[in-house]
Design a protein around this ligand. Sequence first.
Ligand SMILES: CC(C)(COP(=O)(O)OP(=O)(O)OC[C@H]1O[C@@H](n2cnc3c(N)ncnc32)[C@H](O)[C@@H]1OP(=O)(O)O)[C@@H](O)C(=O)NCCC(=O)NCCS
Length: 141
Amino acid sequence: MINVVPMTEKDITSVVAIENMSFAAPKSEAVFREDEHKYLVVKDSGKVVGYIGIEKIAGEIHIINMAVDPACRGKGIGKQLLEAVLNNSDVFYLEVRTSNRAAIKLYQQYGFEITGIRKKYYQDNSEDALTMRRGINGKHT
Ligand SMILES: CC(C)(COP(=O)(O)OP(=O)(O)OC[C@H]1O[C@@H](n2cnc3c(N)ncnc32)[C@H](O)[C@@H]1OP(=O)(O)O)[C@@H](O)C(=O)NCCC(=O)NCCS
């Protein structure tokens, strides 16, 4: 059974393992501990297979991080995570690497639009970030 639940302290080791497999410049365990309350995890029969972090800043919701275990990708888990946080009454924002076609396509499917580019946003390889925004009542395909 797959379900999306708030992350607890016990989930952090699994989340960090997925983070390390998913990003060239992963966030540290300390960051996840500090931000524990901002994260949801998706579990498959009790095993953590992905997570998403959100932060509300001045009435806007920012998606700060999301990833799915590489062994479990392409099965709709990313969609389930997004559906767990999106609603039609808030505005959502995020940044994504310009090379990350899978994530950009996923976000566009859920009504995010590219609003700009942040030059050399990522310090590890100086890659640009696209900024994306999903308006109130964003499309939900
Ligand atoms: C992006 C990510 C979270 C998607 O998770 P997932 O569980 O594989 O996604 P889903 O199976 O729910 O697929 C949802 C949509 O994503 C897009 N997508 C997923 N994998 C894709 C791929 N390899 N190529 C192109 N689009 C892809 C598609 O739009 C797909 O919808 P479709 O199946 O109707 O075409 C996952 O690839 C991941 O963890 N990547 C590494 C971390 C990362 O880049 N996070 C985002 C940071 S901004």
